[in-house]
Design a protein around this ligand. Structure first.
Ligand code: AMP
Length: 270
């Protein structure tokens, strides 16, 4: 496995590879990341994983500082599953060139996390644009766990380059909680609670089939869950999975949630 830290080293290492799979990450690997990497290894001749905690996509310095990091453990996992390349750039290296055109999300996309975490997706799109331009992969593998991120990257970057974005299913733990690096910040009790919340939300999604007043029903459920689990829910919304517009019927729909449990923000969709 080649560990690459500069753009020049990266270009030299991958320049002749045609069928390259790319898995962008912020590290602190769990089985969700591993599933993306395995998918890439299956579909592509060579796989490159990037580990970069992008300061531009964090809303607060504290959240950025507290984000779990464990590069030594990550590298041992990557070696074990025989990844070809890992790119671990510095911020200076990634953001060396100034962007000519500012990334601006259109109003219709300022929903869910984009409405609440101002500048978050602009930061995600900025770094993803730089990485995909640099790496020029055939496929980029991204998780449905971060569905809105997947949607926006596909919309704004997927078509700009030859690269195709390949969506991968959400991996959950035994308690049904979606794996996330942020789960490392939760106590055992909060992890149990988060698993119970995930099961509740899944049941709510199923029950929507029989409901007519979906918007009102979800408002009631939001209040109930906040009270029952002592959490603060940012949003609980059913949306069309093709274009993320709101739905009245739940065909091809996803239930999106973001909530705080003991000051840690988790997101999921069902
Ligand atoms: P992150 O390191 O959290 O930025 O995630 C890197 C990639 O892994 C993103 O495409 C995520 O959507 C994906 N990912 C994170 N958690 C999961 C999960 N539980 N199942 C599948 N993919 C995931």
């Amino acid at each position: 496995m080649k560990i690459l830290r500069t753009k020049d080293d990266l270009k030299e290492a991958i320049n002749k590879i045609k069928n390259l799979g790319f898995v962008p990450t912020m590290g602190s690997f769990h089985k969700g990341h591993v599933s993306l990497i395995k998918k890439s290894k299956y579909k592509c001749n060579k796989t490159l994983v990037s580990i970069y905690v992008n300061p531009k996509q964090f809303n607060s310095k504290k959240d950025f500082a507290n984000y779990p990091r464990n590069t030594a453990k990550d590298l041992s996992i990557l070696k074990k599953i025989k990844v070809n390349f890992v790119f671990i750039p510095s911020t200076k290296e990634i953001f060396k060139e100034k962007r000519l055109k500012r990334i601006i999300l259109p109003k219709k996309h300022k929903i869910l996390c984009a409405k609440i975490r101002k500048g978050h997706f602009e930061g995600v799109l900025d770094v993803m644009d730089r990485l995909i331009k640099l790496i020029n992969p055939k496929y980029t593998f991204m998780g449905e766990k971060d569905f809105q991120q997947l949607f926006l990257v596909n919309k704004f970057i997927g078509k700009k380059y030859k690269n195709k974005i390949f969506p991968c299913k959400t991996i959950r733990d035994k308690s049904f909680l979606a794996l996330s690096s942020r789960n490392l910040l939760l106590s055992k009790n909060h992890l149990i609670k988060a698993g119970q919340i995930a099961k509740h939300l899944f049941k709510i999604k199923l029950s929507l089939k029989k409901k007519n007043q979906i918007h009102n029903y979800l408002l009631i459920k939001k209040k109930d869950l906040q009270k029952q689990f002592n959490i603060k829910i940012d949003y609980l919304e059913l949306r069309n999975e093709k274009n993320l517009t709101t739905l009245t019927k739940n065909k091809k729909s996803r239930l999106f949630v973001a909530y705080y449990i003991n000051k840690i923000r988790l997101i999921d969709n069902f």
